[in-house]
Design a protein. Sequence first.
Lengths: 300, 843
Amino acid sequence: MTSVHPRALDFPQPFLDGVIPDEAELTAGERVEAGKSYGFFTDTTLCIGCKACEVACKEWNNLPADKDRMTGDSYDNTGALSAHTWRHVAFIERIGRRGGDSTTMPPYQSNWLMMSDVCKHCHNAPCLEACPTGAIFRTEFDTVVVQTDICNGCGYCVPACPFGVVEVSDQDGKAHKCTLCYDRLKGGLEPACAKACPTDSIQFGELSGLVTRAQTRVFELHAQGQPAAYLYGAPETPGATGGLDWLNCFFLLTERPEVYNLPAAPSRAANRVRPALAAGLATAGLLTLAAAALMRGGRA
Amino acid sequence: MPQWDLANADCIVVMGSNMAENHPIAFRFVMQAKTRGATLIHGDPRFTRTSAMADIYAPVRAGSDIAFLGGLIRHVLENDLWFREFAMSFTNLSTIIHEGYRDPEDLDGHFSGWDEDEQTYLADTWQYEGQHVPSSLAEHHVLTTESFAEEVRDMSEGPPPNDPSLQHPRCVYQILRRHYARYTPDMVERVTGCPRDVFAKVADALCRNSGRERTTGFCYAVGWTHHSTGVQIIRAAAILQALLGNVGRPGGGILALRGHTSIQGSTDIPTLYDMLPGYLPQPHAFKPHATLKDYLATEQSPTGWWFSFPDYAVSLLKAWYGAAADEAGDFGYSWIPKMVGDHSQLPMTMAMADGVLRGLVVLGQNPVIGGSNSRLVQEGLGRLEWLVVRDFTETETASFWYAGDPVRNGGLQPADIATEVFLMPASITGEKAGSFTNTHRLVQWHEQVVDSPGDSRSETWFVYHLGRRLKELYAGSDRARDQPIQALTWDYPVEARRQEPDAEAVLKEINGYRVADGALLSSFKDTRADGSTACGCWIYSGVFPREGFNKARERRPDGPDGPGMHLGWAFAWPNNRRILGNRASADPDGRPWSERKRLMWWEPAEGRWVGADEIDFEETKAPDYRPDWSGNVKGMEAIGGHEPFIMIADGRAALFAPSGLEDGPLPTHYEPFESPIHNPLYKAQSNPAAKLWPRLDNTYHDEADPRFPHVLTTYRLTEHHSGGSPTRSVPVTAELQPEGFAEIPSELAQRLGIRSLDWVVLSTLRGEVQTRALVTDRLRPFRVDGRVVHQIGMPWHFGWEGYATGDIANVLTSIVADPNTSMHENKALTCALRKGRLKEVRR
């Protein structure tokens, strides 16, 4: 990611007539092709908390700003992922009472954690499974997108999401969340947040390659004195639990998931359908039996 | 050094800068270096997003940087960790200084030459023994006796006196050792509050990553410049880097991080009162600058590259006055206004408040937010006859008359303000073509993408048509004082549709051309002092080397396997050189110091310097060249092939600076002008030469004034841009930091019963502001000189306009400045803090 792509040399002119074909190859190192799986690898150890991702996302997706008061929670003023905030940078201060001394720490933001959160585009997406209208669908890039023209605002997807990502907008009454820049992918462009990220904390790419890159990074960090680094949401890692299989948008973390407001063991709502149904049926059955017993007893 | 060269560093020291927050794009290259295993050090009063990424965070109390850096210099010297081969040849370490020189160690904080009546220094005793050294910057004639311009001719007569054994008690090495002897780790801890073990870690990392095989880079920004000792803080880093051999080499150097997109450009082609384009001095009424001949004689350096000064000065006059500039008329020299004192923004503010200044044009600035002592600024604006503000939104500077602080607190009624305010809509970047000159002197062209809405026009449009109308108004005048306007060349082609001048035509004039046929100059080496060439800014020459080739538009990066200097990407002045002083990347004999840090070297077979960059030296001067001192040696003839720094009169990095500084030849720790403690090192409390403007509306706090016990530092956030107009007026950036606030250390907050989001009042003798509290453990109390000092931080972006609002931090600051640059001291002052709100808020 650090060097200039050879194809960049084909475009030396400062003013281009149109979009560079397959621009993602220049900015993210690979072409976007239908039929492959895409996602984000968000490496929190490279995040400087600049929020360029939040701004790029809102600008590209034309999302409204809806906060006019500071939260008092470090430098986080957008608070959480929501219908109008599809990238959210969390700030976790760990000096003093919560952590160590500001002058002693392992490398990479161990005293002030910053993490750009986003929709996970789960392999088995609970929001999609819960959607009764078909508004939420899986795209040709293996991402999960809400079609707002079909969404009827029922809100079933909201509690279905184990990460609290989807929200129904108070402006149009429909569900909204990150589309992994579906429109940009169709045009061969890297998603806006990843392209804007100055330190490559957000990396976009084809999933298997991303996972390999992320695993290498974990080993590097271990070697550089940050033994706590691990992946969250990649196959066979924490976060990829409860029937989700894996998350197309996964993270490199250095603290427990809960510290970043991520669930330690997320799971599909659908996993709970069979046991819940069984429990319900069993309850009904028992009640029937009890009622029958009571009636029999009454008669007696 | 280019920002991208930071990726080649083995260690990066960020100090005086919150780089990750304020230069996030450049910080990309810091992260690349770090990924490759480099050590990142952040020295700062606050634990910021930059500190969060650092391997070592060193807490350094605001305004104590020289004590910290001086401690590092002492560490390097006393432990013999300096790069001997580099420093012996490339610096003035062995040079012998005037016998009259006395150190602050001898005079309790003053250097020799202090004039108590004038409150200034005379630099005569700071000279080399038997030689007078001209300054390496513009304004060679400084702080010396009348005959100084004559006396510097002795630089041509022989090499500076030196002692290679370094035993002479007055050689720079010995002076440095004595000067910094008391800057021990204990003293560093006592003055800066940085724990000894942390200081030791920094010193170790710095020295371990310097030398033949490794390099360390320094990055600074306004956290170093916004002090009454700003220039000397940067000098201290320069001394360290020169001693350690981290100058002119890949991954080495000192990167002055620039804030706005063309702030570098605004010093190159200056908006500064004391310089002409290309760092030529503005003529001064009280210096021997009466005629062009005097000016050239005074300012031309006898040795080094500035010997070419007349070529640049005359070519500039030809560019400005064209055919009217002839030799008989001194090329129009007399038309250039002569300055009579400090005309910088700070005294201009007073002049406004005193009714001396009657009109003001504000372009691309928001002085009500950014100017020190904002209330005084606002009162000054209220005494103007007229004020022009050009911006793309109504700024506080435009609306001060009905929404400002003096109006809000009832001191002034809009009806009482007679200032006529003209708010004119300005185009933003994508709506106009032009150039940006960024941090590493890189001139990049940008195109117009869309038309600006409505009547918005570019600054070029405004200035061009203003000048055109002035010329029309004065065309018939026969008064001598109107000649400068009549003679001014103002013939830029204008496009038909919106009458926008062609910005490339301006760039061509800056680049320079031959007067006879208009042929563009390919380099500043083509300029002449005989009036045959015109050049608007000599250092930019080569940016438009031939018709149809605007080098600033070029976008050819080096490929993945290229040398990485990206010479095909835009234009870096001078002459497309990317790393200044890069002769120093080779040893005195011209061989690379090491394979790992190879950049430029002497190729004997070709008889020239070669390598990945353009050489910042005479291309064919052999390393073994030595001046023949038997004759009178002039200009570059006096610079040996082993002396890499051609802008300096003796070609060597000035560890000890004999000329050019108003406040001493060596960086010395003084307390900020307002400080909660007494200077632990000297009797002199603060910089003796600092510029002060004491008056009733600009009062100062005494040292250790118990009414103002806390240190206050003002700063910027990633989320907002400087005066805030570009970000507070845009909803998606405004919501990221939607309100003004002050950061308060938990211990202090607890004592005063303050919690996050509570209202607090900060006060100084200049004024009071109310703002939200953000209580944090990232700000830690400092134990300084035996007592606990709390530091409060307040971002200065906020004002009453836009979506993100808050009180103006600069209401608290005072007007006090660095003597060399007139730069204000807003990074370290004292204040009081209480819980609650201001009593009366009237509209």
